[in-house]
Design a protein around this ligand. Structure first.
Ligand code: WTA
Length: 574
């Protein structure tokens, strides 16, 4: 496949002449020193207003017939209103404020206002329910929650003693003040002070609170400039909700630090609507997931041909493997290449990327950012020879690397290893290989974490919610390969005595998880079986065997297992 490079002179190429060469040089893009507060919100919002660029559009919100724009000036005013409100509620530096709202302009101001006063903000995905909310709000010791009348009913308030204030906003679309602007200065922080916490799923235990520090601004500035290739005249669209790390780091900070207007889409995915948004807003740079691209692909050429899409100049992808078929579809459909990027909640920003001036090797995630060293390690944490597979590891630190895992310093330390002769490395948990030129190829997860539609799902969390259903005795959860979503969550359950297996019960259990845990993590397929495969010695449920059941691959040695045979009693309706 011929993949011609971008036909524009990229920011990266321009910067080479200016001496900006590595991630660390990102600090030169920022207002640091000279009395400017060290706070990511100063860089994201106030800097533009102070330079007289406040009348530029910061965001344009489209949902159905609603079409609203905020300038940087208006964003600054709303942000400051929130900052004053939080201060009036006695929230201080380092305390946790959570924001649980749908994707409306107000969520951005509520998040930025919290960070501005030195608090740590926890944005929550609007699809979360009771179980997911309890874990996150309790573990973080959240003091204040901002939410909506519709979402507040999902929050188990009585089980959250630390939560002193629940602020329900009745009007999700307040009018934006235009009174003379009296800026509320951002609190000046230390580079290592926390600003945002994102909970992420592992294969065991509860979700981990990944805390990021203000120093991340350096890497967000440089990757916004080099990888997204953002300029002030672009219109940028990141399709993720700010409850996910992509929706915060690349839906708020990276674009706005670079002064670029953002399209904010309300509502759910719909191919025709999404194409229309691109034309209406004149989107030039677009960051989405392979699943979103595959859903557009499935919607067909007729839906596409009703739209111009001529504004698009630069496309990027994140979160799951970008298959070569999607790259060729992208080339045909939009006339440009889709640039893969790899990073994780823990890494805080992109690390392996396809810069727009470089050759793309389909199937590869690209090359490490300049200034970032990547190694592939064997089981003893020694580098493997070129071309061989192993664990993807990154030399630590880099500016956006997480500061810690909240309440769990042991988990934080377990992410790192000393590689003899090379220093300290961050262990990603992903399996990958490198070719002779350093291009990195993703091979899979090294653990049981499921990546579905670009979001990580912990089998443990889904199993915990499943077994709280009155009819479920035991549950085992795996990822099942899926042509559109990469993987879907598949559950195998064993019923308690007295509950007859049937399609209806299967559907009921699915719905239970959907409305208890999260709209993204529920099992799209659920199978009621007579028994689950377990190790005879420890009684541990063997997800490996469940995977073999599903994919038809051999189970391997079954002599140490109980119930290696699959006996299906009922399957959820398709
Ligand atoms: C996966 C999302 C293949 C990977 C920013 C990683 C990818 C996990 C890619 C992190 C990619 C992310 N190709 N797989 N380009 N990008 N992943 O924490 O398994 O939600 O470890 O961060 O997604 O997911 P997380």
């Amino acid at each position: 496949m011929s993949l011609p490079r971008a036909d524009f002179l990229t920011n990266f190429e321009e910067d080479q002449g200016q001496g900006l060469r590595t991630v660390e040089d990102g600090y030169r893009l920022l207002d640091l020193g000279n009395g400017h507060p060290y706070n990511i919100v100063h860089q994201t919002v106030d800097r533009h207003v102070k330079r007289g660029l406040g009348s530029r559009i910061a965001l344009r919100y489209l949902d159905g017939s609603r079409d609203e724009s905020w300038s940087f000036d208006q964003l600054a005013r709303r942000t400051d209103d929130w900052a004053r409100f939080y201060r009036s509620r006695g929230i201080g530096k380092g305390e946790r404020i959570f924001v649980f709202l749908p994707r409306v302009p107000e969520i951005y101001a509520a998040i930025l206002g919290a960070i501005k006063i030195g608090a740590i903000v926890g944005p929550l995905f609007e699809g979360f329910y009771e179980d997911a909310l309890r874990d996150r709000l309790a573990d973080s010791g959240a003091r204040l929650l901002v939410t909506s009348p519709e979402l507040v009913s999902r929050v188990p308030l009585r089980e959250l003693p630390d939560l002193a204030t629940v602020h329900v906003i009745e009007d999700l679309f307040p009018s934006v003040p235009n009174h003379p602007y009296d800026p509320e200065p951002a609190l000046s922080m230390e580079p290592d002070d926390g600003y945002i916490i994102h909970y992420t799923s592992g294969s065991t235990g509860k979700p981990k609170g990944i805390l990021h520090a203000h120093r991340a601004m350096i890497q967000l500035a440089i990757t916004g400039r080099w990888v997204l290739d953002l300029r002030p005249r672009d219109v940028y669209w990141c399709t993720a909700h700010p409850g996910w790390v992509t929706g915060s780091q690349y839906g708020i900070f990276a674009p706005w630090i670079n002064g670029t207007p953002c399209l904010i889409n309300g509502g759910r995915f719909d191919a025709a609507t999404w194409y229309r948004y691109i034309d209406t807003a004149g989107v030039t740079v677009w960051y989405a997931t392979p699943t979103a691209f595959r859903m557009l692909m499935a919607a067909g050429t007729q839906t596409r041909s009703a739209h111009s899409l001529a504004s698009l100049r630069h496309l990027l992808s994140v979160g799951e493997p970008l298959n070569p078929e999607v790259i060729s579809w992208g080339l045909q459909t939009f006339g440009v290449r889709i640039h893969d990027t790899w990073w994780m909640t823990e890494t805080g920003a992109q690390l392996i990327v396809n810069l727009p001036h470089r050759e793309i090797r389909p199937g590869s995630m690209g090359l490490p950012l300049p200034g970032i060293d990547v190694e592939i390690l064997d089981a003893d944490n020694r580098p493997v020879p070129t071309g061989q597979s192993g664990q993807l590891a990154v030399k630590a630190p880099w500016p956006s690397l997480m500061k810690t895992v909240w309440n769990n310093p042991e988990k934080f330390l377990a992410y790192f290893t000393q590689v003899p002769g090379l220093g300290k490395f961050y262990l990603s948990g992903d399996t990958a290989r490198k070719d002779a030129d350093g291009y990195v190829y993703f091979l899979g997860r090294g653990d049981d974490v499921i990546v579905s539609a670009g979001e990580k799902v912990s089998p443990f969390e889904v199993e915990s919610t499943l077994v709280s259903h009155p009819a479920v005795a035991e549950a085992g959860v795996i990822g099942k390969p899926d042509g559109v979503r990469g993987n879907i969550v598949k559950a195998f359950v064993v019923l308690r005595e007295g509950f007859p297996a049937g399609e209806e019960l299967a559907r009921d259990i699915q719905l239970y998880v959907k409305t208890r845990l999260s709209a993204h993590a529920w099992p799209r397929e659920l199978e009621i079986v007579a028994a689950l495969p377990k190790t005879r010695a420890s009684g541990k449920i063997m997800r490996r065997v469940l995977k073999a059941w599903e994919t038809g691959s051999p189970i391997g040695d079954a002599t140490t297992l109980d119930n290696p045979e699959r006996v299906t009693l009922a399957l959820s309706p398709a």
